[in-house]
Design a protein around this ligand. Sequence first.
Ligand SMILES: [Fe+2]
Length: 247
Amino acid sequence: MIRIAAVGDVHVDKDVLGRYRPALERLPDVADVLLVAGDLTRHGTVEEAKCMATEFGELGVPVVVVLGNHDHQSDQQEDVARVLADSGMTVLEGDGTVLELNGHRLGIAGAKGFGGGFAGACASSFGEREMKNFVGTTEAIAEKLGAALRGLECDALVALTHYAPVPETLVGEPLEIYPFLGSYLLGQAIDSAPTALALHGHAHHGAERGRTPGGVPVRNVAHPVIKQAYNVYQLLSDNVDAGLVAV
Ligand SMILES: [Fe+2]
């Protein structure tokens, strides 16, 4: 069994320091790895990235993250990613990593993702150049995510994104903004590989649980949704949610 702790949208800045730390210090007792589903900072500055590295660094378990839209806000996303990588975290963007945990190989493919909407109500690559660029951005990210997922050799495979791959985990958000919260193309990418679990954030008012059309469990781990420092999910186990603990 592999125990995966996950959270998203932690939006760390100076005033957040210490808020997550007590629960994070207990991580090695309850999980084998921590995945963070983007929006690590409030405005994507290097200062905030340093705060994130302090709050989520040196936990005693590997930490794997993707960036979110907030981490792009100051156009310093490369510097933000470097600060986090320098602190020991693995930062994924259209690529993957394999971790050896409890004698099992956990494969994680990650990407920020992007918007576009879902079946029956999605943007299409037609008309203005700006619209083609918008849809093309999502297509390119989804293609990379799918290739990364299919390329990992492991015993259990996880997809980590910021944007949502399905609409079910957006329930609670205004319907009008669904196209800005995720894309069905991410769901297709997840279904193109033997993915065991898909984790995302971004939808603060959404719901925790969903499933891709191909049957992959999807969990929205945005902090305002799970309302604790992290949830713990179990892979190579009968029930992905069996490990849920109060932190
Ligand atoms: Fe976000």
